[in-house]
Design a protein around this ligand. Sequence first.
Ligand code: NAP
Length: 500
Amino acid sequence: MKSAVALRSADRPYAVAIIGAGFAGIGAAAALAQAGVDDFVILERADDVGGVWRDNTYPGARCDVPSALYSYSYLPNPNWSDRFSSQPEIHAYLRGAIDELGLAAKLHTGCQVTEARWDSKDLVWAVTLGDGTEVSTRLLIVGSGAMNEPATPRIAGLDEFSGQVFHSARWPATFDPAGRRIGVIGTGASAVQLVPEIAASAAHMAVFQRTAPWIVARGDRAIPRWLRQIHDRVPGSLSTTRGANFIRRELMTGAFTKSNRLLSLIEVAGRRHLARQVSDEHLRAQVTPTFRAGCKRIILSDDWYPTLARNNVELVTDPIHHVTTDGVVTASGAAHDLDTIVMATGFHVQRRLILSAIIGAQGASMASTMVRTAPSAYLGSTVPGFPNLILMTGPNTGLANNSMILMIESQARYAADMARYLQANAEVALDVKQAVMDDFTAELTARLDRSVWATGGCASWYQDAHGRVTALWPGTTTEFRRRTRQISLPDYTVVSGFSE
Ligand code: NAP
């Protein structure tokens, strides 16, 4: 899969370099190719493409957006096996996309970007890779993702534990749960998928819950062969399914951001689901959420509650106090002896490590710039002082109820439009105006302050350290698409170089 073409030396800048070959990076590459920008390169740190869908190999990993919608609009796949696709199928889809979109020659795997520094004289990004190789590029597209850095809590004594500890996103291929005493910390989307998959073979499982999530029925089902054949052969059939899913999800946006009435219906559905699946009063009380549905991500599952009710599974709601050589001790002093601890504890979404490696026009990193302000970017994409740079899946581009691929396609088109402009205007760079970004941030803050993500009574990865919702987009994907249709030049300062 690695390109047979060598990287060019830094004195011959690429028109565009893309960091990352997950959905965002591949999507950006596809948009560039479609816009007629051919001089680009994809720098991927791993030895394979796929991003989160390469990394999250835990048992049961599966998407919670229907497959027909969780794919590129220009690369429909009639062969999905299930309504909600599994990790191996999505990973295979992305690997296939590299070939189908003709990107293999552009892809350089094993290339970790350790620094990208803006050169105000030559108007290029000087990019350094892990092995010391240097390349340069006029436009830098950062597609390294929001959920690629596992967050592992610092728990006292964790280093003393004599058993195995790993994060859900770093699942060891050889791990066999059979006969083991396994502790899982966390009850987010990852835990809810993996615990039911391993509980039957484990000797004992302790699930450490800090906050009970809202769970509604998943209703997954296999897509029968005849239907797949129809999707393959009847023009418009797959896009009709995609369209129906899209419209349903777009219409739900207002429930999260404006009126909470629809969320009350989701809460009714969640309580019914719980009542149907859990008869034990004590367990029911333990897993009943104490915040508004939607404040955290709503989780789809048909087997989470029945798994917690198993004889060999114990739900622990007493807070974790410390870890010993033998296992976890909770605040009440209860000891839970374990062989394995699985950290299903999420990701560093708010502070991406790559941002520390991007040094802008003022000589400061993007991470330090975003520490001083809230994590923000104009249209989730551009940051003042970091010219010719697009952050894919940047601040406020996340979604609670729709497919991220829709946002990625919009951003990719925006990036391609910038690339096209730079191709036509050789000696300039585009730097978003601070006032434009400030107005945009103020607008989003006002909208997000009313949303259930801010008012629903929970803490989540949607929020920054001050409780501001900096991860999510407050509107429909249609609105985002409209606003990112093309670069609006008045939003940008056109910077000229100082080349002698
Ligand atoms: P997450 O939603 O951030 O959940 C992390 C869990 O770990 C939470 O239950 C959290 O408790 C708990 N936790 C964190 N630190 C802890 C500590 N010190 N002590 C005890 N518990 C602690 O992470 P995730 O489950 O990996 O999911 C992240 C996101 O990835 C999802 O929201 C979703 O967007 C995506 N995802 C999607 C799918 C899918 O498509 N089905 C599957 C997996 C992941 P609190 O709630 O109290 O903070």
